[in-house]
Design a protein. Structure first.
Length: 277
């Protein structure tokens, strides 16, 4: 009878812990937090990409990583790519200053945009589990025209997709200027994920916008380049390291579950080892 009671208690505790964990993950689905900065490489070539493995930072990236530490972390609602596109269309309809692609054609603007190349790099994996909290995305945006020295003011919106899920916005860059198809104007964004990103593989998508217009002028994603596919990432709240012998509380529900499991196990062992009367 005591054994049945102990087993029932163990099942109940397991269910409660699982429910608490599920609630925690569901909460993470509602909000995310990440901080990003642009990294100025001053026209210097980046080191060769070594696949999805951690790499040492160069001087510019180290300076960017230091700036990341001083940016306040603010949780924001998740927003999908479809929601972003719809919001921009609403802004056009309400005459907020954004113009549509049709307005560009009506103004006899015939230059075109392209994202020539993109790559990713992984940097910080505190717990050495192969999943990184800090990474960078580098891309080369060009503007093509029959005019010599054509330039355009643009910005980019960067998205992550968890294991084939919906594209979700994690960063909007500042405005920057691109010139023709020069090869030394790569734009790099260094990002640290803080919360809301479970341990998994993530794809990257980049949408390019011309300032003042609502439509996407160029895009590139993991569908186009392997370098943007399957990045092993996790947010900082899941990426921590504890020295041996140091007590770490992972979470209230999980810690309580572990303690109760040991207690129930001890009861079962005592009952089984007690001779029958």
């Amino acid at each position: 009878m005591n054994i049945l009671l102990a087993v029932s208690l163990l099942v109940a505790v397991t269910g409660s812990a699982a429910a608490s964990s599920e609630m925690r993950d569901s909460g993470n689905l509602l909000q995310i937090s990440a901080v990003s900065v642009s990294v100025k490489q001053q026209g210097q070539a980046l080191p060769p990409v070594l696949g999805h493995r951690g790499q040492a930072m160069n001087a510019a990236q180290l300076e960017g990583a230091n700036r990341l530490k001083h940016i306040p972390v603010v949780k924001t609602p998740r927003k999908t790519r479809e929601q972003v596109i719809a919001d921009k269309q609403i802004n056009v309809d309400t005459r907020s200053g954004l113009r549509s692609s049709a307005a560009r054609l009506n103004a006899a603007i015939y230059y075109e945009f392209a994202i020539y190349d993109a790559s990713t790099r992984l940097f910080e994996d505190i717990d050495y589990d192969g999943f990184y909290r800090t990474f960078s995305v580098t891309f080369d945006a060009d503007v093509h025209s029959s005019n010599l020295n054509q330039y355009a003011d643009v910005y980019a919106m960067l998205y992550l997709s968890r294991n084939g899920g919906p594209w979700e916005l994690y960063h909007t860059t500042e405005i920057f200027t691109i010139f023709d198809d020069v090869s030394n104007d790569d734009f790099e964004v260094l990002t640290t994920l803080h919360s809301g990103y479970p341990t998994d593989h993530y794809d990257v998508l980049i949408d390019l916008y011309e300032v003042g217009y609502s439509d996407i002028v160029a895009t590139i994603s993991s569908d186009d380049l392997d370098e943007l596919y399957g990045l092993p990432l996790e947010s900082a709240d899941r990426d921590f390291y504890a020295d041996e012998g140091t007590e770490v509380i992972v979470g209230g529900a999980i810690s309580m579950f572990a303690m109760l499991f040991l207690w129930v196990f001890a009861i079962i062992r005592r009952v089984v080892s007690t001779p029958s009367q």
